[in-house]
Design a protein around this ligand. Structure first.
Ligand SMILES: NC(=O)c1ccc[n+]([C@@H]2O[C@H](COP(=O)([O-])OP(=O)(O)OC[C@H]3O[C@@H](n4cnc5c(N)ncnc54)[C@H](OP(=O)(O)O)[C@@H]3O)[C@@H](O)[C@H]2O)c1
Length: 428
């Protein structure tokens, strides 16, 4: 059978990784794909840069968009990145030119996924993106194929290796956020501009894609409430550990009563929960189906090898002739689910406050909680420096709006210093 000819735009970590796999594992991949998969053309910005892979015999294209219309390219792999700009131009042109598209670009999919999926469907073309969510972990396939029989109620997990690495090191070494971030940047585990990762935006991109697949819903990236890890303090990590929890940046999506809830936030995860045992730069995703129960996916969510592995898996599917709607069902059938309000959600909460170390303060705090209908499961007060004390509470299950109201009342007290901390406890 004829070889499947690939054009790759972007030869950074992932692009070079794809070239490497397709060269090192060429025979194996050809057997599994039913035909050879060969790279015929590539594009990046700097032609002179050594990519650590041989580009002999491969055409170099300065304008990535040209890959879409080259006669020697059957499939375009977009590995440039960015929600718009050259990546989006190339993606649109590729589908318009009648060619399948593979991408690892979660930002582009979160913003333009429905438009691109519609274009792919109309043209009867594959648009595949396994690498866009949780890197090497086959969670897109897991949801789209393995869990296809199930009504999915919830999907959640740790989808950003940088955040998980930072939180893991803060816990292991008792260090503050800024110190670990600076070190992670020096070691290449965090970007020079880490905001997409640490502010939860990258997780939100991935979550919005997973939610669409899991619930048959239209992507609603703007509907993801997003809180990152900048404000997670070493004190919270230590207190959480003392209470039997680990703090993780959790992306959570639920569909209930025809509404969609999506949030990214640092949460306290019970120490024996599978995602609490996911340390360092690993990712984990949990899918809850009505017949299959809890599925747990864990592995490398980033890096050259794992991400390129997912890209090549998509290419193998395309080589075999697999064409399905990118979000499993046609875009026209995806529901525009209204956003579920957070106010009525129920759960347990972790609260930490810095208070004046004097008589009557605790009574004031507990009164604020009582007046809002929030009861306390445990409360610890520890003397800190000077005249302040740290109060850590875990609430019983309560309504989120009530907890927030009680927190506002406590924050307004002259006995409370600074902003109280509130975090969700993951109880499922
Ligand atoms: N890295 C990961 O672990 C990972 C994991 C999952 C998903 N992803 C996604 O995979 C994609 C690629 O990530 P990456 O880490 O490989 O990025 P990267 O290392 O920054 O590489 C980006 C590549 O795109 C090239 N490029 C930039 N602008 C271009 C243009 N206008 N035309 C042609 N090429 C252009 C760059 O060229 P030069 O090399 O010449 O500068 C570079 O080779 C992104 O969407 C990212 O979100 C990455």
């Amino acid at each position: 059978m004829n070889a499947l000819r690939i054009g790759i735009a972007g030869l950074g970590n992932v692009g070079a990784g794809v070239v490497k796999i397709l060269s090192q594992n060429a025979e194996l991949v050809a057997k599994r794909a039913g035909r050879p998969i060969v790279v015929t053309a590539v594009s990046a910005r700097d032609r002179s840069r050594d990519r650590g892979v041989s580009l002999d015999g491969i055409a170099w294209v300065d304008d990535a968009a040209e890959l879409a219309t080259r006669d020697d390219v059957d499939v375009v792999v977009e590995l440039i990145g960015g929600s718009d700009g050259p990546a989006l131009t190339l993606a649109r042109r590729t589908l318009k030119a009648g060619k399948p598209l593979v991408t690892a670009n979660k930002a582009m999919l979160a913003h333009h996924g429905l438009e691109l999926a519609e274009a792919a469907e109309t043209a009867g073309l594959p648009l595949k993106y396994e690498a866009a969510v949780a890197g090497g972990i086959p969670v897109i396939k897991g949801l789209a194929e393995g869990a296809a029989a199930n009504r999915i109620a919830r999907v959640y997990g740790l989808m950003n290796g940088t955040c998980n690495y930072i939180l893991s090191r803060m816990e292991a070494e008792g260090l503050g956020f800024a110190e670990v971030l600076a070190d992670a940047q020096a070691l290449g585990f965090a970007e020079a501009d880490p905001s997409f990762d640490i502010d939860g935006i990258d997780t939100a991109h991935k979550l919005s894609i997973l939610a669409a697949l899991a619930f048959g819903a239209r992507i609603d990236f703007a509907g993801v409430a997003c809180h990152g890890i900048r404000n997670v303090a070493a004190a919270d990590i230590a207190q959480a550990a003392a209470l039997g929890f680990r703090i993780k940046l959790v992306g959570l999506a639920e569909a209930e009563d025809g509404q969609l809830f999506q949030r990214v936030h640092p949460a306290l995860v019970p120490i024996d929960h599978p995602i609490a045992t996911t340390m360092g730069s690993l990712n984990a995703v949990v899918v809850e189906g009505d017949f299959v129960g809890r599925l747990f996916f864990q592995g490398r969510g980033a890096g050259e090898g794992p991400t390129a592995s997912a890209v090549v898996a998509d290419l193998v599917d395309i080589a075999r002739g697999d064409v399905r709607p990118p979000f499993v069902m046609p875009v026209a059938d995806l529901a525009a689910l209204p956003r579920a309000p957070a106010a009525d959600r129920r759960g347990r909460y972790y609260l930490r406050l810095s208070v004046a170390d004097r008589a009557g303060v605790l009574a004031e705090l507990t009164a604020a909680l009582r007046d809002c209908g929030v009861s306390i499961e445990s409360l610890v007060q520890r003397g800190t420096s000077g005249s302040d004390a740290m109060v850590v509470m875990v609430t019983h299950e309560a309504r989120e709006a009530d907890v927030l109201e009680s927190l506002a009342r406590m924050a307004a007290s002259p006995a409370v210093a600074g902003q109280p901390v509130m975090m969700h406890i993951l109880d499922f």
